[in-house]
Design a protein around this ligand. Structure first.
Ligand code: NAG
Length: 345
């Protein structure tokens, strides 16, 4: 098990493009083999999560939260709305108060990243990103607190996200009803959130009467496949790690060619049937997922899909750099491009 732990750590470091910490558990004696104790670690995916033999799940990051607010730097007002009290699904809505009150605003439904395991709309970094997108658009944004694995394995996150889209389209919230432009409903996400977005665009096409999504932006999408391609070949162990983690997130899966993680696999529905008109894919040059993002874009373009696709490739940038390091000029440039994509017709 020490080996597995080590592999997972290595993957996580690739995935987040982080330096290997000096005191990382991979380098210290492992608690994993000391069987019999309820506090034994049975699964570890650093730096995200640890699961103990008594079933306890420990999140090692992404648990901080900030309340909704009026953000004076961007003049964006946010509020939390429970969209369905029976399932307890929360969203955070963002209203750019500097936009003229009689102006209808494009709607952005956002799905945060975090490997399907950590983070939320209330994480400081996502709250801050949504304030920026909302003010730059300007956009009326809805950030979705979909359920996380392993307590709620996939497809729970997809089902929650779909429920959130339907709720937005129902115009139940007064901000959406009075200020939302329902001819311009967009979806977006980073990493696992981008994976969710793709699934939503597939469902939008499959469920008649819901061809309401105009644009979709996938940033550093969390896609994979059984056969490693391009940047994934950098590390021979990478694919094995990915397989293990994917099965942990989605226990019902048959593996990495499942269309839910590999949207261009042989069993995946054709991208020609994607239920939106415009797609923006953004990839980062130093991200191990870089090649998958490019493949998605290329396959979409050659699929016969009638919409328009564009790609933004930021060289010398890490996975999710625009979320993790928003103060950098390249992060600001990507966030501006995303906002402009949603704001244009
Ligand atoms: C957000 O979702 C997480 C993961 O499912 C859950 O633990 C948390 O309670 C939710 N937060 C709110 C405010 O509903």
């Amino acid at each position: 098990m020490g080996l597995i732990q080590n592999l997972l750590l290595k993957f996580a470091m690739f995935y987040l493009s982080l330096p290997l910490p000096k005191d990382s558990p991979a380098n210290v004696p492992s608690a994993i083999d000391t069987a019999g104790d309820a506090t034994d670690v049975v699964f570890e995916f650093l730096p995200f999560i640890r699961v103990y033999s008594d079933g306890r799940v420990e999140r090692l990051c992404g648990t901080d939260s900030v309340p909704p607010s009026f953000d004076s730097a961007t003049s964006v007002l946010s509020k939390d709305v429970l969209i369905d009290s029976s399932i307890g699904l929360a969203t955070r809505l963002y209203l750019p108060t500097a936009a003229p009150a009689d102006e209808k605003l494009p709607i952005l439904i956002y799905f945060h990243g975090g490997a399907f395991l950590v983070d939320s709309p209330f994480s400081p970094k996502y709250h801050s990103h949504l304030n920026s997108l909302s003010s730059l658009g300007p956009l009326l944004a809805v950030s979705v607190n979909y359920s996380l694995a392993p307590e709620h394995p996939l497809p729970a996150a997809y089902d929650d996200s779909w429920a959130a889209i339907r709720w937005v389209l129902s115009r139940a919230d007064p901000w959406l009803a009075s200020r939302g432009d329902f001819r311009r409903v967009h979806i977006a996400g980073d990493s696992a959130g981008a994976n969710i977005c793709h699934q939503m665009a597939v469902r939008a096409r499959e469920e008649a009467g819901l061809a309401a999504i105009k644009g979709m932006a996938l940033v550093d999408p969390y896609f994979m496949g059984k056969e490693p391609i391009g940047t994934e070949r950098r590390d021979a162990e990478f694919r094995e790690d990915m397989d293990r983690i994917w099965r942990f997130i989605c226990p019902s899966t048959a593996g990495l060619d499942d269309p839910r993680i590999n949207p261009v696999s042989e069993t995946a529905p054709s991208l020609a049937a994607l239920g939106c008109e415009r797609v923006l894919v953004a990839v980062a040059g130093n991200d191990i997922l870089w090649s998958r993002g490019w493949v998605y874009y290329e396959k979409l373009r050659s699929s016969g899909w009638p919409g328009s696709a564009e790609i933004i490739d930021t060289p010398d940038a890490e996975h999710d750099f625009h979320i993790e390091h928003p103060e950098t000029e390249k992060a600001a440039a990507l966030t501006r491009s995303l906002a402009a994509f949603f704001a244009s017709d």
